[in-house]
Design a protein around this ligand. Structure first.
Ligand code: GLV
Ligand code: MN
Ligand code: MN
Length: 435
């Protein structure tokens, strides 16, 4: 029995048991996980999530975009839904915390509220979004749910169209079904996400919780350098049109361009594919995977223009053609002030230190921010490591984060934030049908 809601805490033992059980699915020998979207381990993790939710007495469901949900009906029948979540997919050979922590914490918050049989002004839903990491296409699940997934977005997925269609088929989804997952924003009270920081600021400052103020925008492109295949033994160096030379010159120029012109912004060449890709043929085509990030749209425009120029320059220097193919753009997003306040208030009530900070990583929250009040918190990442098996967060920090999520959810489920920061806050209003 709890005296007041302020005394309510998650069940740390159950939270840990669920986190550890999930980490075995796709677990790698060095303590990480390999759960790329729609791979066997990812599908298994999603099945585990639904089974665990249903065993806990929550209502499991899967929408047309493959988002997996556990619903706790704890509000009036027509109340909107407060979403809590993150993602169960990982980058290839990633860590066990990225995304997974937020989904398990969301589940734990629902279980805790169910354990105490609380009635709130909204329903609660724990959600696992599809392909957050963009293995096939960026933010498929959260764009689908917010109605921002466009058919055009699916024509040239970064993971390849045929591969994407095969993956959807394995998950019993289709390009058509992805476009049916949109929810009426009136049914969404807010979206809250707990995540690891994936950088080193909180650990360096010995701060327990980061309240996120905004999330970077991300653009990704394939840059194809086109040369001529020739015999590697008989073609003199000065007579080659070697696509590898252009791709590598461009990669070095990306770093110089960012350092010289865009302090605080980042750009990454994450992959190069050589064709035909053998020892004894001068490369004819090299396809470079490029992405860049900034918290300002104007910077993204300027970076895109500068990097296109660099690609042209590198191609000209080595007698090549170049094609710049756009894959994805996600806009920078601002986190809702009212949700930030709810998180900061929860930290104060729980006696946890907090700092406000921006996110350099992409998150489903940046898609949700377009349709409902949205906010995130971070917990410290040891040495800032992430997207690698070395990713680690101390368990007490994870428990602290889940308790802050719980308390912010309780606040917001009892006094819904205004849709826009400037709107008047109306407690408990909402005519919508739960999503
Ligand atoms: C997601 O983790 C991203 O920032 O790419
Ligand atoms: Mn990630
Ligand atoms: Mn993540």
């Amino acid at each position: 029995m709890i005296g007041s809601l302020l005394d309510l805490r998650i069940d740390a033992g159950r939270f840990r048991a669920n986190f550890d059980a999930l980490a075995t699915l796709g677990g790698t020998p060095n303590g990480g996980v390999h759960r790329p979207a729609f791979g066997e381990a990812h599908l298994e993790a999603r099945r585990w999530f639904l089974e665990t939710a249903e065993q806990a007495g929550l209502e499991g469901s899967v929408d047309g975009a493959g988002n997996h949900s556990a619903l706790l009906r704890c509000g009036p029948p027509t109340a909107p839904t407060l979403l809590l979540g993150s993602h169960l997919d990982s980058v290839p050979y990633g860590g066990r915390f990225d995304g997974a922590l937020g989904v398990i914490a969301a589940l734990e918050v629902l279980q805790t509220i169910k354990d105490h049989d609380l009635s709130l002004d909204t329903h609660l839903e724990a959600i696992d979004f599809t392909d957050e990491e963009g293995h096939y296409a960026n933010f498929v699940g959260s764009l689908g749910l917010t109605g921002r997934l466009e058919a055009a977005h699916l024509q040239a997925p970064r993971g390849g169209r045929q591969q994407f269609q095969d993956a959807l088929h394995r998950a019993r989804l289709s390009e058509e079904s992805l476009l049916t997952a949109a929810r009426d924003p009136a049914t969404l009270a807010a979206y809250l996400e707990l995540h690891i920081e994936q950088g080193g600021r909180l650990a360096e400052q010995k701060t327990s919780i980061g309240v996120v103020t905004g999330i970077v925008g991300i653009r990704s492109f394939q840059v194809r350098f086109l040369g001529r295949a020739d015999h590697a033994g008989t073609t003199p160096m000065e007579q080659r049109s070697d696509a590898a030379q252009g791709a590598c010159a461009f990669t070095l120029a990306v770093r110089e361009t960012m350092l010289a012109g865009f302090p605080g912004c980042v750009a990454t060449v994450g992959n190069m594919v050589f064709e035909p890709g053998v020892f004894n043929v001068v490369p004819e085509v090299v396809t470079v995977s490029l992405e860049f990030r900034s918290d300002r749209e104007a910077n993204l425009d300027a970076m895109e223009a500068a990097l296109r120029q660099e690609a042209l320059g590198a191609a000209r220097r080595f007698g090549l053609d170049v094609e710049f193919r756009h894959l994805d753009s996600t806009a920078p997003a601002h986190m809702h002030e009212g949700v930030q306040e709810a998180f900061a208030g929860a930290c104060e009530n729980l006696g946890l230190s907090h700092a406000f900070l921006a996110s350099g990583a992409g998150h489903d929250a940046q898609c949700l921010a377009a349709v409902c009040p949205t906010g995130m918190i971070f917990v410290p990442s040891v040495a800032g490591r992430s997207h690698s098996a070395r990713e680690f967060t101390g368990w007490q920090d994870c428990v602290n984060g889940a308790n802050v999520l719980l308390h912010a959810a309780l606040t917001l489920a009892r006094s819904r934030p205004a849709t826009r920061d400037t709107d008047t806050v109306t407690a408990g209003a909402g005519e919508a049908v739960p999503g």
